[in-house]
Write a protein that binds this ligand. Sequence first.
Ligand SMILES: [Zn+2]
Length: 66
Amino acid sequence: MTKAYSYACRDCEGMEACPASIVAATKEELWTMMGHHARIAHDENPDDWDAETNSYLETLIKTVEV
Ligand SMILES: [Zn+2]
């Protein structure tokens, strides 16, 4: 078993209909993939996320064993 980080987009307020979930070995990779997902699926620019948004998203990241 290895520790990994996961983010399920549906956990985010307003994104309940989004089926995407992301798992990555490091938080850095996870954030990069979350950013790509936001651009591709939600037409959002992660560079525009403010500190509040980033800390909210941080609370949605879970540690998992894979
Ligand atoms: Zn999504």
